[in-house]
Design a protein. Structure first.
Lengths: 809, 342
């Protein structure tokens, strides 16, 4: 929002020692953020009034003209594209070095081979409107060579206010409201708004009145005021009015529309003027389902029964609080007006405006809950100014005021002891009262311990309703920076430790620092195309109702697609690399986290996952298994082993010959596998990759469930080592063979695979597995003979069970 | 016996002198020094000797064995030394480069904050990323039609409740965890809540639809504004150094009353004004306030007995400031060229 300092000065006298910078700083410190200060003259540096002396054709372009423009000090050659340029015009000339409000920097240039030493400006280029149909032609009184800022009388300072910081302050979206804040901050006198109003009007009596107004949706329209006037002349606004609107960044249209906007930027109340010739009656009601209206922007809007409309008894002539209808719009022929100054319910306006995607200056104000008392002030302000602009105007109706608002003043009890505790330091009673009164609050009994603070109507709609709200008012004007900071005193207590977070951090460190993986943070959203390429079925995926793009419209159920994309995105940057990610997956079925206040309502199940990916290794699948094993050894203990077993269903992305379940302590915890050739092709991957995905929640549970680790003293008696290599059918699994070996005899301490061979020294369908066996007893030194005997029996046992034979090469 | 051992020794040393490469050396080892080598074989004859002779021969055998093994080892290291392989070694050559892994900078900054607040006795809490409308808005004093919802464009999940409304969403802030924490732990409470949040906005160098926040809450008897201020000062000093100053100004957040913004003196220019702080000398970092009584009530805490303070900030912004990162999209890009720098 743009606030003009000159406009503010209508209401507060600002002493010259208070600089605009001070105003910006103090407003920011106490009220709302001022994002910028713009000197309205500074933006026209190097823009001067010039006179067009000659206009001739451009030799190389039909649409361009060559002009010579007199700017007093010299005569400039300027190439101009405007159709309306003519000799004798007084124009705004942006000379070399000017930077226009729209950001355009003027440099000497060649335009189609002709030198141009500046630019003749159109309104929009000067930030004065949206008109770009031709150059702006100045009044005859303009002096050649004078600065354009001087011509415009641009001596204003514009404050740019951050609208977001105003979302709770409907009273500040206008000049009077900010003037009130300034007056309070700097302890200046504020001119009462009443002084701006002429109240001596001859309204028709109810008997004489012919303007019929009915509000049939009182719940959404607490107050509706209307007046009919005649003898109006619709024309261009006077200069002062246009200047003010331009300062507020509004495009002047005509005197009536401009005046409704002026009143809105002045006191905050949106108004609407209907052409009296087009409506004889006003009925405020809910729209019929499917009812349509063409709004002022010439778009047809389809309404529903939630929407509030203004009608002429038959058809809608405006969407209440949002935008007027094209059918009742005023135009050059209009001579009579029906003026509306109404209060519409915030929620209703907001809903309609959101649904239609139509946010207007009016809807933005209404949806913040406006003070119903404003409707009356705005109506009189409008009439007062209308009389100035159209002196012949006449009132031709009663002052209609259908008012169902609550007139009781909202009062809040403010206990000064409570306030002291809340702030942490005492603000003297007189100071508290002074601050509140400056802001328009009233306090009857100023001596009592608990102050009865009456909230002014413009703050009572939503913003201030509790003692905390009043405390904020006192505190912000007193100054946050004037409070002395003080640390709270706590009794000692040990906070509950977040074990999951500790384990998570440990895992991240192991995977990055030890296993050289990179930590990815992938989006929680995935796209259908991405999943299709990975052969992943997504019929059961949760969808976003309003995704940013179709590329990411589903909630991920696996970290695999993200990691596969990471592999792809980096395949030309590096050859051998890996990623990991810890993140959530989202499912349709309910989980165990409460959704709301209703017992038994749960949020969708969300599972934290640990995803891993490697590429560029000789054996990606094996490498990833090693990483998982290393991880387990580090988060459980050094004796823990990752186990891999055959999986029942292959996930779509995996090679069915290289996919396995991951187990630890006999419990399933995830999967590991290689990307299938099909997926590699679909994704245009340069190299293969292996992915793994583990249930992180379960991993944490298992870690926490482990008994604490104890050091084991090295056995006193030496181990006897034997190596043995078997040849077996491919279908015989390492897991089974090894399990059988481990439990064959208690003296077998460890069984460690050290070689796998498949090749032409073996008949087809067979593999060779070689193991280190360690035999050890706790109470004696084993003899060679004893060990040989066990091993012979073991080989015989395995030969019988798995048809193994000893490798003989 | 003794002669035999001495002969063996001579023979070994002569052959060792001829060795050219590791293969020769390996052969020599097998032939003389291995378990079934000639030295072992010779020594196995010791058991046939008796008394003094056996002792003497045994001693000699051991000496020879040690000597030969030592000479063998020397030769082995000579053969394998750098100089042997490279006639003129460059000692400045690097070792083989080992692969390195990297943590995401968000993780680094988050860890740092968790450590700071753990040391102040805060619990570190998590909550679900897919939230309900109730916890994300309603319980935080943002009712259905409140304009505060404008500030947060929300991703809703395409799943309607009984009333035909979307009431599941991707959380827009970590604050729903405030309510969950109050419900679970009651008061007093000190908690830090880091996590992933979502806003439905188009991405560019300064905007991301997926980002990371951290917020802290302190609830107790008589927690007041002076305490809040003091906490924010500590946060600034921990994050940006002991001389960091705090400046506060009002800012509306529905879940606090009063609410404020906190700016810290720019750590790069020490408040002198630079490019990063846009020449103001201040960096806007933190949003904070005293917890709104309605929010305490929603968490099951009586605002007449307890009060609380809350503060929050963006991890992305902190990481961007700390590491001078100019594009917020890099955090979620999975780009190795980015990650490799951390």
């Amino acid at each position: 929002m743009y606030i003009s300092l000159n406009w503010l000065k209508d209401y507060v006298k600002i002493p010259s020692k208070i600089k605009p910078e001070d105003i910006a700083t103090e407003l920011t410190n106490h009220t709302v953020e001022v994002e910028g200060l713009v000197n309205s003259a500074a933006q026209f540096n190097n823009v001067v009034v010039g006179k067009v002396l000659e206009v001739s054709k451009h030799p190389n372009a039909d649409r361009l003209r060559l002009t010579v423009v007199d700017v007093k000090k010299k005569k400039l050659n300027i190439v101009c594209g405007a159709p309306n340029v003519a000799a004798g015009q007084l124009v705004a000339v942006a000379m070399i070095g000017a930077v226009l409000p729209n950001g355009l920097e003027i440099k000497e240039s060649l335009i189609r081979g002709e030198k141009s030493e500046g630019m003749i400006c159109a309104e929009d280029e000067l930030g004065l409107g949206k008109n770009h149909e031709g150059i702006m032609v100045l009044r005859d009184s303009a002096k050649i060579g004078e600065s354009f800022a001087k011509y415009l009388k641009a001596d204003d300072i514009i404050l740019e206010i951050d609208n977001k910081s105003l979302s709770n302050r409907p009273d500040l979206l206008n000049h009077y409201g900010l003037a009130r804040e300034l007056a309070a901050i700097f302890s200046l006198a504020l001119k009462p708004y009443e002084k701006m109003l002429d109240r001596k009007w001859k309204f028709l009596s109810d008997k004489e009145n012919k303007l019929e107004v009915k509000v049939s949706a009182l719940d959404a329209c607490p107050r509706y005021m209307a007046v009919a006037v005649s003898n109006i002349e619709v024309k261009e606004s006077p200069a002062w009015l246009k200047e003010r609107l331009v300062a507020a960044n509004q495009r002047p249209i005509n005197n009536i529309v401009d005046l409704t906007n002026y009143v809105m930027f002045d006191c905050g109340q949106p108004m609407h003027a209907f052409d009296a010739a087009k409506i004889k009656k006003i009925v405020v009601r809910r729209a019929d389902k499917g009812e349509t209206i063409e709004t002022l922007d010439e778009k047809e809007r389809v309404l529903s029964s939630d929407d509030l409309v203004i009608t002429d008894g038959h058809q809608a002539v405006a969407i209440a609080g949002v935008m007027g209808g094209h059918n009742s719009e005023i135009n050059a022929e209009t001579t009579g007006l029906v003026l509306e100054s109404a209060n519409f319910l915030a929620g209703s306006v907001r809903k309609t405006s959101q649904k239609l995607g139509l946010r207007t200056e009016a809807s933005v104000r209404f949806e913040k809950a406006l003070d119903p008392a404003l409707t009356e002030q705005a109506m009189f302000r409008f009439l007062t100014l209308l009389k100035e602009i159209c002196p012949k105007m006449e009132i031709v109706s009663a002052l209609i005021d259908i008012d169902n608002t609550d007139k009781n003043k909202l009062t809040v009890d403010l206990d000064l002891d409570w306030l002291k505790n809340k702030i942490g330091q005492e603000i003297p009673r007189e100071e508290v009262i002074n601050i509140l009164e400056k802001l328009g609050f009233t306090i009857e009994d100023q001596k009592s311990a608990v102050l009865k603070v009456a909230v002014p109507s413009w703050r009572a709609t939503k913003d201030v309703s509790s003692k905390e709200d009043v405390a904020e008012e006192v505190l912000r004007l007193y100054g946050y920076n004037n409070i002395e900071s003080r640390l709270p005193v706590f009794t000692m207590d040990l906070p509950e430790v977040n074990e999951e977070r500790k384990i998570e951090r440990k895992i991240k460190n192991i995977l990055s620092l030890k296993n050289s993986l990179n930590e990815a943070y992938n989006y929680s959203f995935v796209g259908e195309d991405q999943l299709k390429k990975m052969n992943i079925d997504f019929f059961n995926y949760l969808k976003l109702a309003n995704p940013l793009s179709g590329i990411q419209n589903l909630l991920r159920q696996s970290l695999a697609p993200g990691l596969a994309s990471n592999i792809k995105a980096n395949q030309f940057k590096s050859e051998r690399f890996g990623f990991f990610e810890i993140g959530s997956a989202f499912f349709k079925n309910p989980g165990n986290i409460r959704k709301d206040e209703t017992e038994g309502n749960f949020l969708p199940y969300q599972e934290k996952r640990l995803g891993l990916a490697v590429t560029g290794e000789e054996d990606n699948f094996g490498q990833l298994k090693s990483i998982i094993d290393s991880l387990f050894k580090n988060i459980f203990n050094q004796h823990t082993e990752a186990e891999f077993s055959i999986i029942d269903g292959t996930p779509g992305w995996a090679d069915k010959y290289a996919i396995a379940k991951v187990l630890v302590f006999g419990q399933e915890i995830g999967i590991v596998g290689s990307l299938s050739q099909e997926v590699i092709n679909n994704m245009n991957l340069k190299r293969g990759a292996a992915l793994a995905e583990l249930n992180f929640n379960k991993l944490v549970e298992l870690v926490l469930g482990q008994p604490s680790f104890h050091f084991a003293e090295a056995p006193k008696y030496p181990p006897v080592m034997r190596d043995v290599a078997f040849v077996v059918e491919n279908k015989i699994l390492y897991n089974d063979l090894r399990r059988e070996m481990s439990r064959f005899n208690p003296l077998i301490r460890s069984v460690e695979l050290f070689d796998v061979y498949i090749g032409n020294k073996l008949e087809g369908g067979k593999k060779s597995l070689a193991f280190h066996l360690s035999y050890q007893s706790e109470d004696r030194t084993l003899t060679a003979g004893e060990v040989d005997k066990i091993q012979t029996d073991l080989v015989a046992h395995l030969a019988q069970k798995f048809e193994v034979r000893l490798r003989d090469f | 016996m003794k002669n035999k051992l001495n002969e063996l020794r001579e023979e070994f040393l002569a052959q060792l002198a001829q060795v050219q490469n590791n293969e020769h050396l390996r052969d020599l080892e097998l032939k003389f020094l291995s378990r079934k080598g000639r030295l072992s074989e010779a020594m196995s004859g010791l058991k046939d000797l008796s008394g003094e002779l056996r002792k003497e021969a045994g001693e000699l055998a051991n000496n020879i064995k040690n000597e030969l093994q030592g000479k063998f080892n020397d030769m082995s290291s000579t053969l394998n030394s750098f100089v042997a392989k490279n006639n003129e070694a460059d000692v400045t050559l690097p070792g083989a480069s080992l692969p390195q892994g990297h943590l995401n900078p968000i993780t680094l900054v988050q860890n740092e904050l968790e450590d700071i607040f753990s040391s102040l006795g805060f619990m570190i809490l998590d909550g679900p990323e897919l939230e309900s409308d109730y916890y994300n808005f309603t319980a935080l004093n943002v009712p259905a039609d409140h304009p505060a919802r404008d500030m947060q464009d929300t991703f809703y999940v395409d799943y309607k409740n009984k009333d035909g409304q979307y009431d599941l969403l991707m959380r827009t802030q970590t604050s729903p965890v405030q309510i969950r924490a109050m419900q679970k732990y009651g008061a007093p409470l000190k908690a830090l809540i880091p996590g992933r949040c979502f806003r439905n906005e188009s991405t560019d160098a300064r905007h991301e639809h997926t980002f990371y926040q951290v917020e802290g809450i302190v609830i107790g008897k008589d927690i007041n504004f002076a305490n809040l201020k003091s906490f924010l000062e500590i946060v600034g000093q921990k994050l940006f150094g002991p001389n960091t100053k705090l400046r506060m100004r009002p800012k509306f957040f529905p879940f606090v009353e009063p609410g404020n913004n906190g700016e810290y003196t720019c750590f790069l220019c020490q408040g002198q004004g630079c490019r990063v702080c846009k020449n103001t000398g201040w960096l806007e970092i933190v949003g904070a306030g005293l917890i709104h009584p309605d929010v305490l009530r929603a968490g099951g805490i009586d605002p007449e007995i307890y009060s609380g303070l809350a503060f929050g900030f963006g991890l992305n912004r902190l990481a961007m400031l700390k590491y001078n990162i100019n594009d917020v999209r890099l955090f979620n890009s999975g780009d190795l060229k980015f990650l490799e720098q951390f």
